[in-house]
Design a protein around this ligand. Structure first.
Ligand code: RIB
Length: 302
């Protein structure tokens, strides 16, 4: 099964800070780096590192060479990438001393994903294939409709959540990958409790399966009848940026490789934990060999 990931590619401008800047305050960054990111790019790299056959589609600008080079370095197929005459998308990211982040994204070339472009790309994919979407590009709703018409499996990580989501044909989605904010919003429940979110999500989208990630509180897979829980692997947080993307890519790669849900969750959780213990988004995604080795050691310790 081929995976088409239609998503954003960003240059991440990362400011290491003691604390997040407050209104009216000016602070000095402790360190600054420019690294590859974007939820789309990060998830493609995680998929590829976990052994999946992944095609990345999306738009980059004149300054996007580092983005395309990184995708190619890990074996992501870049034939469908479109080049803009303007700048690439970027993100302004503050990472505080506790490793937490806050992020502003600026669309740039990502905003040039048009219906026509989506049609051109989808023409090469069929019901044998899977499409992965996030919510950082325009026309996600169109991509869902067209991918559904082609019979593709559809996976959405609706991040960042916004009101436009309500207008998407979410009853065509096969898998939702959600964090607690997205889970709460889409469940329609005013509750942070996983059980209530699950109930709301199952009611609203009975056709779908869900992966609900709760950071240090673990992750759930559930569908209309099953529910599997995986605890998080505890690590010292250096930078949480891209950890969710790492989880998504590793989980999906496991799924298309035909692994059981328990194993998919275990590998994704370990990969995300390793990502949290390192700087950056895309650069923090671990290799499969490392993930497997540490899981083996874990098993022996038990
Ligand atoms: O999920 C992390 C990503 O969100 C960053 O790489 C940034 O570019 C934003 O898209």
């Amino acid at each position: 099964m081929k995976i088409l990931n239609l998503g954003a590619l960003n240059i991440d401008r990362i400011y290491q800070v003691e604390h997040f800047v407050e209104p009216k305050e000016t602070i000095k960054a402790v360190a600054y780096e420019e690294l590859c990111g974007g939820k789309g790019l990060n998830q493609s790299i995680a998929l590829a590192k976990a052994g999946a056959d992944v095609y990345h589609a999306g738009c980059i600008g004149q300054d996007g060479e580092m983005l395309v080079n990184l995708l190619r370095e890990y074996g992501v197929k870049t034939d469908y990438l479109r080049y803009s005459t303007g700048p690439s998308g970027h993100a302004v990211i503050q990472v505080n001393a506790a490793g937490q982040n806050n992020i502003i994204i600026c669309g740039g070339a990502n905003d040039e994903v048009t219906d026509l472009y989506i049609d051109e790309v989808l023409a090469d994919f069929s019901r044998e294939d899977m499409i992965l979407l996030q919510n950082e590009i325009p026309n996600v709703d169109y991509a869902i409709r067209k991918a559904h018409e082609r019979g593709m499996k559809i996976v959405i990580n609706p991040s960042p959540v916004n009101q436009a989501l309500e207008t998407y044909e979410l009853l065509s989605i096969d898998y939702f990958i959600l964090n607690e904010v997205e889970g709460k919003y889409l469940s329609g429940k005013e509750s942070d409790r996983p059980g209530e979110m699950m109930e709301g999500l199952r009611e609203k989208f009975p056709q779908a399966a869900f992966i609900l990630t709760l950071g240090e509180n673990g992750a759930y897979y559930f569908d209309a009848k099953d529910c599997v829980y995986q605890a998080s692997y505890q690590v010292e947080a250096v930078d949480t940026t891209g950890a969710g993307d790492t989880f998504s890519g590793y989980f999906l790669a496991g799924l298309v490789q035909g692994r059981g849900i328990e194993e998919c969750l275990r590998r994704a959780s370990m990969a995300a934990a390793l990502a949290v213990s390192r700087h950056g988004a895309a650069p923090s995604i671990p290799d499969l060999q490392e993930v497997n080795e540490i899981l083996e050691q874990e098993k022996k310790r038990r």
